[in-house]
Design a protein around this ligand. Structure first.
Ligand code: HMG
Ligand code: MG
Length: 313
């Protein structure tokens, strides 16, 4: 049943991160052909932005070491579907541009601890590493997303001061990023914190229309946080099919907001997504079969209770 609520945007763009954030933490290597089918199935379900893979060091994220093989396998997807890829440095950019990537994402941290763990750099060193990546990507006409991790809490440093997040966010925009994605990497945010951060970013001159939100669901807050962001006017929401995900370099990071849970809420609110929930759920059930465990998504479990692998009911 559709019952609209006041003060929400009429349309949302879902930035699907299942093939990248969803799979990057999986210990068992998923065959490249299955990853390509995953991306195709997500596109067929109506997702129009699908983060395909990462051009990071293959030893750092072995699951995505097949980026060179995978990326060409998804190029037959129509131009209406954007296929961004993660790129940490110029080496990664070269690899992505050679294969014709049009959209890249750099990934910064609001905290020193995670910058060190994830990028082997201080925050300042990682921003310096991204500068030539962003400028060269722009010269090639590529769209650049700037992820910002640990926007709310950090497993080593605890609560993250809002001003610290605002400072790195503005650096990413100043160097030329077209959009930001605010990451709650370990899923500790709550809605008031989300609204405060968004307001402080606006105060610092960052318009809401360049901001996306990226919630992990560790404490079950991802949908509540998303609703808070929508109420603030945010129209780009990151999510992962089936609720897969987690960061190998952040202790306690679990799955992303499940795309199905997001679509269920948005459909109930009458907000357009263009996603076919049945096809998407079938895709997550299929991927759960490959991974050998049920999807953590409440919506997938509700819509397809019989179809999931039964190892962890
Ligand atoms: P490093 O060890 O400092 O690398 O790692 P380096 O710059 O010293 O280079 C060492 C060697 O690696 C060199 O080779 C480079 O060429 C090679 P050598 O000259 O010794 O033969 N190398 C590469 N090879 C292939 N592709 C590359 C590349 N770069 C260097 N791109 C580095 C630094 C950034 C590479 C490493 O730390 C890394 O790859 N980190 C990636 C970690 C990662 O992918 N984390 C997960 C994504 S972030 C996330 O999940 C959070 C997010 O979802 C938002 C949220 O939830 O908050 C986005
Ligand atoms: Mg993430």
């Amino acid at each position: 049943m559709t019952v609209p609520a006041q003060g929400l945007p009429p349309k949302i763009r879902i930035h699907e991160v299942g093939p990248r954030d969803g799979l990057q933490n999986e210990k068992t290597l998923v065959p490249t052909e299955a990853k390509a089918e995953f991306v195709h199935r997500l596109a067929a379900a109506g997702l129009t932005t699908i983060e395909a893979t990462s051009f990071v060091h293959p030893k750092w994220v072995p699951q995505l070491a097949d980026a060179e093989t995978l990326f060409p396998l998804v190029q037959d997807i129509g131009a209406g579907v954007r296929l961004p890829v993660l790129v940490p440095n110029e080496r990664g950019l070269d690899r992505a541009l050679t294969l014709g990537a049009h959209r890249i994402a750099v990934f910064a941290s609001a905290t020193e601890s995670f910058a060190k763990a994830n990028l082997n750099r201080t925050v300042a060193e990682s921003l310096a590493m991204f500068e030539p990546v962003v400028s060269r990507a722009k010269e090639h006409g590529a769209h650049v997303r700037g992820y910002l991790s640990m926007c709310f809490g950090d497993p080593w440093e605890g609560a993250v001061p809002v001003h610290q997040v605002v400072s790195v966010a503005t650096s990413l925009l100043d160097m030329g990023c077209d959009e930001l994605s605010l990451g709650d990497t370990i899923g500790v945010a709550t809605p008031g914190h989300v609204q405060t951060l968004l307001s402080e970013l606006n105060e610092a001159g960052v318009p809401t229309d360049v901001i996306g939100v990226h919630f992990h669901d560790t404490y079950g807050q991802a949908l509540a946080n998303t609703l808070a962001a929508l109420q603030h006017g945010v129209t780009t929401v990151d999510a992962s099919a089936g609720g897969l995900g987690g960061c190998p370099y952040a202790k306690s990071a679990t799955g992303n907001l499940a795309t199905e849970d997001l679509v269920w809420m948005l459909e109930g609110l009458g907000i357009e997504t263009g996603v076919d929930l049945g096809r998407l759920t079938a895709t997550s059930v299929w991927m759960a079969g490959i991974l050998g465990r049920p999807s953590p998504s409440r919506t997938v479990r509700a819509l397809a209770p019989e179809a999931q692998p039964d190892q962890e009911q």
